[in-house]
Write a protein that binds this ligand. Structure first.
Ligand code: SAH
Length: 344
């Protein structure tokens, strides 16, 4: 059985050819899948009945099942999906005034093990396929309705995207292809904990979409305590990778920095951060730590985050404080966790 949403446009063309269809059928099928978002081949009414039957025997459309949807008081919606092997993942829909963002997961669990992140606690189970990533978009778009089009996608849900490079790359191709989901490449952001070989690959193979890097600290000693992967790819190596990355002022790299009270939030940290990023086209996103029961860290008070931000501003660095959305339904940054087991 072919998972048809695992195929990018070239692969879909190839598949259509193998079935003995005319080449133009690939585009028609893509339109049914990604523009009309049908659930079955039977609905593809401009294909012959025979063609539809053949497709139904050879390929499958939906790979996710929606288990639960929760809506926050601020309109954020959190989705719990079940994969065909029973594993579960979450996605978050974040409505804004002029656009809508979807935060997608790329792995079941995560191998990075960041100390402040709730997903990390469940360990790592497996990579998601491209179809499982793309299907998060399709299911949420169907649910919120066409008048609330998802215009932005951030790869900031569960998992480390650059440790699942091939599938993430394919999902990005499907999301940004004109005949498929047709998102603007500038509205797709891939966020990494700092997987240096992945950043270098992104520079070559995926540099049209935006890169975000979870730096979170300004010395290796500090960073090792909260981001264990720092031992493998320390700050110096990450910064070198960012310096060779094809970025400019119109395509800036986003530096993410979660503010942990007394750990990485001093004004000295802010000044060290200024030095680290000097000369790299970046914008800095300061993320208020979203706490949870038993969390080993405290959030930095708002006024201290603002003081930190001011140091960056004083050095002409674009720095923003990220809004915490969907906190009441545990949908905010780093709060995704699907420990709850399937009821037997
Ligand atoms: N693995 C990728 C993407 C997933 S997490 C990465 O590390 O970038 C998306 C962002 O949320 C990361 O910057 C992550 O460090 C941050 N995050 C994780 N847990 C958090 C928490 N409890 N509060 C605030 N931000 C958190």
């Amino acid at each position: 059985m072919v998972e048809i949403k695992n195929l990018n446009m070239d692969e879909l063309k190839e598949f259509v050819k193998e079935l003995g269809f005319e080449p133009y059928r690939a585009k028609q099928i893509a339109q049914w899948l990604y523009k009309k978002r049908v659930k079955s081949f039977d609905e593809m009414t401009n294909l012959s009945k025979r063609a539809r039957e053949l497709l139904s025997r050879k390929a499958r459309i939906d790979v996710l099942k929606t288990v639960k949807v929760e809506e926050s008081s601020d309109g954020t919606r959190k989705y719990l999906f079940e994969l065909s092997d029973g594993n579960r993942i979450e996605s978050v829909f974040i409505p804004e005034k002029d656009w809508n963002t979807l935060c997608v997961s790329t792995q079941v669990g995560c191998p990075a093990g960041c100390k402040f992140c709730l997903t990390a606690k469940d360990g790592f189970t497996r990579n998601l396929t491209a179809a499982e990533i793309v299907d998060q978009y399709i299911h949420v778009q169907r649910d919120v309705g066409e008048e609330r089009r998802i215009s932005n996608v951030v790869f900031m849900g569960m998992g480390e995207p650059l440790l699942n490079f091939d599938n993430v790359k394919k999902a990005v191709e499907i999301m940004t292809h004109r005949d498929m989901l047709d998102l603007s490449t500038r509205k797709v952001t891939v966020s990494t904990v700092g997987v240096v070989p992945g950043i270098d690959r992104m520079a070559k193979e995926m540099n049209k979409v935006k890169l975000a890097v979870s730096l979170h600290a300004t010395t290796d000693e500090q960073r090792e305590k909260i981001v264990p992967l720092n031992r493998k790819w320390p700050i110096g190596e990450i910064m070198r990778a960012l310096r060779r990355y094809p970025a400019d002022n119109n395509r800036r790299i986003m530096i993410e920095y979660v503010m942990l009270k007394g750990v990485n939030d001093s004004l000295e940290d802010a000044r060290r951060l200024v030095k680290l990023i000097k000369g790299i086209p970046v914008k800095v996103n300061l993320i208020p730590f979203n706490s949870y029961p038993g969390a080993p860290f405290q959030p930095t008070p708002r006024e201290d985050i603002e003081k930190f931000q001011k140091v960056l501003w004083d050095h002409n660095i674009a720095a923003f404080i990220r809004d915490s959305r969907g906190q009441d339904i545990s949908a905010a940054c780093g709060m995704l966790r699907t420990k709850e087991k399937k009821s037997a």
